[in-house]
Design a protein around this ligand. Structure first.
Ligand code: GLN
Length: 312
């Protein structure tokens, strides 16, 4: 269950799945995301002090829904398990990430899990900080610490673009607010959420995040705890059950890698031996997951027996 792979081999795997990207399409509902180069493809594997990378690893992109993993970790650290899960559930939804449908069924209203938009909006509401700017600043500092990269920033252009095209997320917020699930004002919660999604990283940063989560929350180089072990365990479990939205079940069968996707084309993978995998390929499949990235992880998993469920 280890991924020791040389750069050339990684590049060959990427070449083999590159055609999958042609079957997907770059997200367009946030106009800024449409500017992404559909041919960009990067993969980084991070373990301890070692890093193997191939492709366009210099390209920066926004976290989008991969941010949900880190915001959940921070909310759990801020508020504790009991409070967080009194406001958001632990069950896979089987619905697309922005679905409003399941919210109506729950009485009292409670998003099914923190990896779908409704749940992540509640998580954004739970983060400590008396002003939205302070919350976002704390989140950014936290990511800079986990990635060991002070250059990680917020892409203001993507944030503005999402803000102008957020009617569905705004509707989810109003629904939650009307059911007293949100403490803060709708526009503040929405702004916080959008800024978290707009944090800009590269695939090396993403792989390092996966490495920290896989190493029980420890910095892969210094061994210092950046996230408590119980929090890292909980978050990676959500990555298995809900990280790939309504394709989480099939991805668990085909790859068995705790993974979280984002509509920018980001994929954040994390293995229990402390290996982190960061993939970037913008064209998405019908579930909103990177098409070539998903295929790449499935292939690597099958050839290197990476599934956490494999006893081989
Ligand atoms: N910011 C995006 C949204 O809320 C994130 C969605 C995603 O990456 N799946 O629509």
């Amino acid at each position: 269950m280890s991924l020791f792979i040389q750069k050339n081999a990684l590049a060959s795997y990427m070449e083999a799945v590159q055609s999958e990207a042609g079957k997907g399409s770059v997200a367009s509902y946030i106009p800024a995301l449409q500017q992404a180069d559909p041919d960009a493809f990067a993969c980084v594997v991070h373990h301890g002090r070692e890093r193997e990378e191939a492709g366009d690893t210099g390209v920066r992109f926004t976290l989008q829904s991969t941010a949900k993993v880190i915001s959940l970790a921070l909310a759990l650290m801020d508020r504790g398990e009991e409070e967080v899960f009194s406001r958001v559930g632990m069950e896979p939804s089987g619905n697309p990430f922005h679905s409003i449908q399941a919210l109506e069924k729950e009485k009292p209203a409670k998003p099914l899990n923190p990896m779908i938009n409704a749940g992540a909006l509640v998580v954004a509401d739970l983060l400590e900080g008396n002003k939205p700017d302070a919350v976002v600043h704390r989140f950014l500092r936290f990511i800079q610490q986990i990635t060991a990269n002070p250059d990680v920033d917020i892409c203001a252009e993507t944030a503005a673009s999402e803000r102008n095209h957020s009617d569905l997320n705004r509707a989810l917020c109003y629904f939650l607010k009307s059911h007293h699930v949100l403490e803060n004002e709708v526009e503040d919660v929405l702004n916080t959420y959008i800024n978290l999604c707009s944090v800009r990283v590269n695939s090396c940063d993403l792989a390092r995040i996966g490495s920290v989560l896989g190493a029980d929350g420890r910095d892969p180089e210094t061994g210092e705890y950046l996230i408590p072990a119980w929090t890292a365990e909980m978050v990676t479990t959500f990555m298995v059950t809900c990280g790939m939205y309504d394709a989480s079940g099939s991805f668990a069968i085909k790859a068995g890698i705790p993974c979280k996707s984002g509509v920018s084309g980001a994929l954040l993978g994390s293995l229990p031996d402390g290996t982190g995998i960061g993939v970037y390929s913008p064209p998405l499949d019908s579930h909103g997951n990177s098409a070539a990235g998903t295929r790449l992880l499935e292939k690597l998993s099958s050839d290197f027996q990476l599934s956490i469920f494999s006893g081989r």
